[in-house]
Design a protein around this ligand. Structure first.
Ligand code: NDP
Ligand code: HSE
Length: 429
């Protein structure tokens, strides 16, 4: 057992960082045994130095993260600041200083993962980021390492805790959107700017990271087709309920049947109540991975929050510390397939379309003809009339997204269609 400690710089001490510091302190002896050397919290970089931070020696606090990394004795940096800058510059500085990095920063990894991986590899250092996707759930390392001998064809899951919390509250208690978002924020689930959660950017960043790992290719945030959940209404939930469904914000990554391209998307979708994802409540996440030999695997657990996320960070810290002692590194980026990412129009799925129409003879036939003209086959239609107007709900069979967009564009031009109230994809059947 080595007695000289491995020194850790903690960059950020908010919801996640404060829990990392707490567990490093309270579990110090166990961590020492598991690593084979003590790990010492050698410095904590924050923005507001005067804030009271329970359990942290005030002499460790600094506002100069760069100086902390450059002081010459740091072995491992944990980046839990979030956002693009200064996180990117700090991780780059760490690599220049010979320091391995553990990060929870999905936004940065989805935007600049390739460059950061390259910098780590060039310096012979580790970049680990289990906490960046699905909080406490071991998912990144199982996909990078345990499934490295298999071929992953599809990944579908709930990867944002905040939006799952909001949708769950709207569905189960009838809570309003803002009330549920405020609660998720108070519980430490939301990003610094919760727009990242509700508009789907956070889930899209995680989707980009998972797609890269699953398909051994590079997928950036901009490659992921993204729709948030701010438009999901009580009427959508009522409609979903009538179909025996609920609504979840899903990330779906697919390899094309010919294996020559992939798709990556994030959007709200109706899923049957019998589907395992339908029972994922509150800020929990769940991810299905379909691999050629393994079949269908499901990963489930807390997807956000300080302590759950710190668990994933600490797991990475132990792995990186062990690598340091062995003078080795873990697996780097694997992007050898270089598969193109196809546009959303190529995605094939089912749709639930809610229309406000005039309630008069021939309207239903006109609407049905428009679907047929665009090659979209109708599965069910439900009409409810009221005072000369009617609400028409059409559920389709599987069709390309481009065909559905063409249908909706044409429907909007019909005099008898007063408006398209909502369009939602139907998944998981
Ligand atoms: P917080 O906003 O709670 O914490 C951010 C921390 O960074 C704060 O301690 C803040 O200092 C510090 N900080 C901000 N700017 C600087 C700077 N320029 N220099 C030094 N320190 C700075 O964020 P979270 O802990 O929630 O999230 C951290 C990361 O973890 C993000 O990448 C997030 O996406 C990711 N993550 C978060 C999860 C969660 O459930 N919260 C789950 C999974 C991942 P100060 O305390 O002084 O304000
Ligand atoms: N804001 C994120 C979420 C944190 O709600 O899932 C976990 O990555």
């Amino acid at each position: 057992m080595r007695t000289r400690p491995l020194k850790v710089a903690l960059l950020g001490c908010g919801v996640v960082g404060s829990e990392v510091a707490r567990i490093m302190t309270t579990h110090a002896d166990d961590l020492t045994q598991r690593i084979g050397a003590p790990v010492e919290l050698a410095g904590v970089a924050v923005r507001r130095p005067s804030k009271v931070r329970e359990g942290i020696d005030p002499s460790l606090i600094t506002t100069d993260a760069t100086a902390l990394l450059k002081r010459g004795d740091i072995d491992i940096a944990i980046e839990v600041i979030g956002g693009i800058e200064p996180a990117r510059a700090l991780i780059t500085t760490a690599f220049e200083q010979g320091i391995s990095v553990v990060s929870a920063n999905k936004a940065l990894l989805a935007q600049d993962g390739a460059a950061l991986h390259a910098a780590a590899e060039a310096a012979g250092l580790d970049l680990y980021y289990e906490a960046a996707v699905a909080g406490a759930i071991p998912l990144v390392r199982p996909m990078r390492e345990s499934l490295a001998g298999d071929k992953i064809n599809r990944v579908m899951g709930i990867v944002n805790g905040t939006t799952n919390f909001i949708l769950d509250k709207m569905d189960s208690t009838g809570a309003g959107y803002q009330e549920a978002l405020d609660e998720a924020t108070a519980l430490g689930y939301a990003e610094a700017d919760p727009t990242a959660d509700v508009e789907g950017y956070d889930a899209a960043a995680k989707a980009a990271i998972l797609a890269g790992i699953a398909f051994h290719t590079r997928v950036r945030l901009d490659d992921v087709s993204r729709e948030g959940m701010t438009e999901v209404s009580a009427a959508d939930f009522a409609s979903a309920k009538r179909m025996g469904c609920t609504i979840k914000l899903l990330a779906i990554l697919e390899r094309a049947a010919d294996g020559e391209s992939v798709t990556a998307r994030v959007h709200p979708a109706m899923i049957p109540l019998s589907h395992p994802l339908a029972s994922v409540r509150e800020a929990y996440n769940a991810v299905f991975v379909e691999a050629e030999a393994a079949g269908r695997l499901m990963f489930y657990g807390p997807g956000a929050g300080g302590a759950p996320t710190a668990s994933a960070v600490l797991g990475d810290l132990v792995a990186v510390a062990r690598n340091k002692l062995a003078e080795a590194t873990g697996p780097g980026e694997s992007a050898y397939t270089q598969l193109p990412v196809s546009p959303m129009g190529d995605v094939v799925t089912r749709y639930h379309i809610s229309l406000d129409v005039a309630d008069k003879p021939g309207v239903l036939a006109q609407v049905a003809t428009t679907f047929a003209e665009h090659g979209v086959s109708i599965d069910t239609v439900r009409q409810q009339g009221k005072d000369g107007e009617a609400s028409l709900v059409v559920v389709t069979h599987r069709a390309p997204d481009a065909a559905l967009s063409g249908t909706v564009e044409a429907l909007r031009k019909l005099d008898t269609v007063r408006g398209v109230a909502s369009i939602m994809r139907v998944e998981g059947e």
